[in-house]
Design a protein around this ligand. Structure first.
Ligand code: 3AM
Length: 434
């Protein structure tokens, strides 16, 4: 196994000629093509402490790998920051400070940062608890909308973390569904984890960067407050705005400002009023719509004063009992054939996506059922019939279906799911005691 990352861990290669080049050139000297990053951390040992096992994903700030602590074998996630960021001491100091503060809070809704350091070749890395979960962004892509009690629950968990972090003057600055993981606990509950505290202070590669007299505009335009879009000073209320947009998205499947060009979105955020939630044909209690629109008010002073005030306003809409029955986010009258209720169990949360069928122009003759959170090699049965592959395609026949999932080393998972649209089922199978 290669020892340490003396070659830098991250090099750049040309997609056309295949040549590798050092990090300080952006274009291939031979072909003139933009270079792509090659991650070389797989199999490496970092600081003699961590072994890097699997590449997970590339983010704006760096690459995330699965790894393990060599001494105790604990599975961890390691984020290596891009070299351009690792080499900027000013960014790094701020990043370290904020990541440290957020991590030191030890909040259940913030990913635990276990360690940080710089590799021998100068790459900054962050070691986190390994989270087995689903990204909120992935879920939203699949389901379009979430039932409002569930959206309220996710939002409250995010706000609970922010309440503590804001109290020690740390602002996330880049809250968006990609930075929110939903972790399914063994007891069937779902815990929200916020990623990347401190990372957003680093600026951003490959996204919308804009220098202004007061600093750099960072963040994803869709979730940016007007002050952030204008490059003005931001504070905790800018985070609350971003959370408001996430809630808006969870409820409507859309955004308060929509445009193809990111600059157009920024312009709208600054000059226009957000589209009322109700315009998206969503049915949520009127009080909840008011909460969302209050959270995304253009002027900071018109938003919630702090995360706690936002939580108080949302509490009446949270699913009080995860195993209870909740109304879907889309009105029954929009889908006359569909039952008005869906059943969400503590460990099986079907999420209807009534728009998905029309949105992706699939003929409405079948529904797709995506089962998530199950071990590889699981057998999924619907009404005692073994389903080939996933997602499962079923004929459009509204009604109850018996789902059973069997996986080696796990207890059999069984649920009745009331099917009337595309659905995502989270089945958190319990491991059998050894
Ligand atoms: O792109 P996907 O959704 O596959 O879930 C995070 C995302 O994966 C994952 O890394 C990707 C870029 O953020 N990730 C981040 N922190 C993680 C952690 N602590 C993590 N996965 C597991 N544990």
């Amino acid at each position: 196994m290669a020892i340490l990352d003396r070659d830098g861990g991250e090099t750049f290669s040309c997609a056309l000629c295949g040549e590798e080049h050092p990090g300080f050139v952006k274009m291939c000297p031979t072909t003139g093509k933009k270079l792509r990053t090659v991650h070389k951390m797989l199999g490496k040992i970092v600081d003699d402490k961590y072994v890097v096992r699997r590449f997970i994903a590339e983010g704006g700030m760096g690459a995330v790998y699965e790894g393990a602590n060599r001494d105790i074998g604990r599975k961890v996630a390691i984020k290596f920051l891009h070299r351009s960021i690792s080499e900027n001491p000013q960014y790094l100091t701020q990043f370290e400070n904020e990541a440290r503060i957020a991590a030191s809070l030890g909040h259940r809704n913030i990913v635990d940062v276990l360690d940080m350091g710089v590799t021998a070749s100068g790459m900054f890395y962050l070691v986190m608890e390994f989270l087995q979960g689903d990204g909120l962004s992935d879920l939203l892509e699949k389901t379009v909308r979430l039932p409002y009690p569930w959206a309220a629950d996710i939002t409250i968990q995010i706000l609970e973390a922010l309440s503590e972090v804001h109290a020690v003057s740390v602002v996330h600055r880049d809250l968006k569904p990609e930075n929110v993981l939903l972790v399914h606990q063994r007891d069937g509950s779902m815990t929200v984890k916020i990623l990347d505290f401190g990372v957003s202070c680093l600026g951003r590669r490959g996204r919308l960067d804009r220098e202004s007299s007061t600093g750099t505009v960072i963040g994803t335009p869709l979730y940016m407050s007007a002050e952030q879009a204008m490059g003005l000073p931001i504070n905790h209320r800018s985070d609350l705005y971003s959370v408001g947009v996430m809630l808006y998205e969870m409820l409507s499947g859309s955004y308060p400002f929509v445009a193809e060009d990111p600059h157009e979105i920024l312009k709208k955020i600054v000059y226009e009023k957000p589209m009322p939630l109700g315009k998206h044909a969503v049915t949520v209690p009127p009080g909840l719509e008011a909460v969302v629109m209050w959270a995304i008010a253009r002027e900071q002073e018109e938003r919630f004063a702090d995360a706690d005030e936002f939580i108080d306003a949302l509490l009446p809409f949270r699913d009080p009992e995860p195993s209870g029955t909740v109304e879907p986010a889309v009105a029954a009258r929009e889908r006359p054939a569909a039952p008005a209720l869906i059943d969400i169990h503590d460990i099986a949360t079907p999420v209807t996506a009534p728009d998905a069928v029309t949105m992706d122009a699939r003929p409405a003759t079948s529904w797709q059922v995506d089962v998530q959170g199950i071990p590889a090699g699981s057998d999924v049965y619907v009404d005692d019939v073994l389903m080939p592959g996933r997602p499962i395609t079923l004929p459009c026949r509204p009604g109850e279906r018996a789902f059973r999932i069997e996986a080696e080393g796990h207890e059999t998972w069984e649920r009745i799911v009331d099917l009337h649209a595309d659905v995502v089922i989270f089945a958190d199978l319990r491991a059998k005691p050894r």
